[in-house]
Design a binder for this molecule. Structure first.
Ligand SMILES: Nc1ncnc2c1ncn2[C@@H]1O[C@H](COP(=O)(O)OP(=O)(O)O)[C@@H](O)[C@H]1O
Ligand SMILES: [Mg+2]
Length: 208
């Protein structure tokens, strides 16, 4: 952990989930800092344990926001992660933002290609999830018409017997099941939006 204490204020605020609050890094546009809302639960420390395990296996974090260690700040110790930005410099929007509002069929195709890539990446590397949700992925626009889907939250293993931490075969099964449930849930949520519903159906039928 670096010695310098970073000063965060409201202007750095990025977003909040059920477990954490997230700020922009004041000295680095490509990083963000997360804090557990319940400091005693140590939720992020558990996530970091999984990150470290994957890093030791040599897994490259190109479609998962990378972890960069701890920092001292005016609101305590925070955890630093990669922050995705679009080609125009804006912080990348969540996948759910695009699923709810995007009218551009070509962009939706590219976004779903990104989700297929993330799915296969997670299956082939056996990267397990606690829960997969569309607001925990961002679509990073690399240029006007193409982008990448990046996972920002959800890495972990909430199986009762975490065999998946040790056995690749079991890990892959867990990942496939999480995606299967996510796709089914998304088909229910986006039933009133046929362009999105249809694409989830295609994703659901793709197996590896
Ligand atoms: N890497 C990131 N890039 C952009 N925004 C992020 C990033 N990480 C977190 N956020 C924002 O902060 C919110 C909370 O972070 P998240 O890790 O999802 O916390 P929780 O575990 O509580 O769901 C996200 O929903 C998002 O709005
Ligand atoms: Mg979240």
């Amino acid at each position: 952990m670096s010695e310098k204490r970073l000063e965060l204020h409201d202007g750095h605020y990025l977003g909040k989930g059920s477990k954490r609050i997230c700020y922009r890094h004041p000295d680095d546009d490509l990083k963000c800092i997360k804090f557990d809302l319940n400091r005693r639960r140590r939720f992020t420390a558990e996530e970091v344990r999984h990150y470290n395990r994957y890093a030791r296996k040599g897994i490259v974090f190109d479609v998962i926001a990378p972890y960069h260690g701890e920092v001292r700040t005016n609101s305590g110790t925070g955890y630093v992660f990669g922050l995705a930005r679009d080609f125009n410099g804006e912080v990348s929007q969540s996948v759910s933002h695009y699923l709810k509002s995007c009218q551009d069929e070509a962009l939706l195709d590219d976004l779903f290609a990104g989700m297929v890539h993330l799915k296969y990446y997670m299956i082939s590397n056996g990267i397990t999830l606690t829960l997969l949700e569309d607001h925990n992925m961002v679509y990073q626009r690399v240029d006007q018409s193409t982008g990448k889907v990046i996972l920002i939250d959800g890495i972990g293993n909430n199986q009762f017997f975490p065999l998946a931490d040790f056995l690749m075969f079991h890990a892959r099964r867990v990942v496939r099941r999480k995606w299967f449930k996510f796709e089914r849930n998304m088909m229910r949520v986006y039933k009133p939006r046929p362009p999105v519903f249809r694409r989830f159906m295609v994703l659901h039928e793709k197996t590896t």
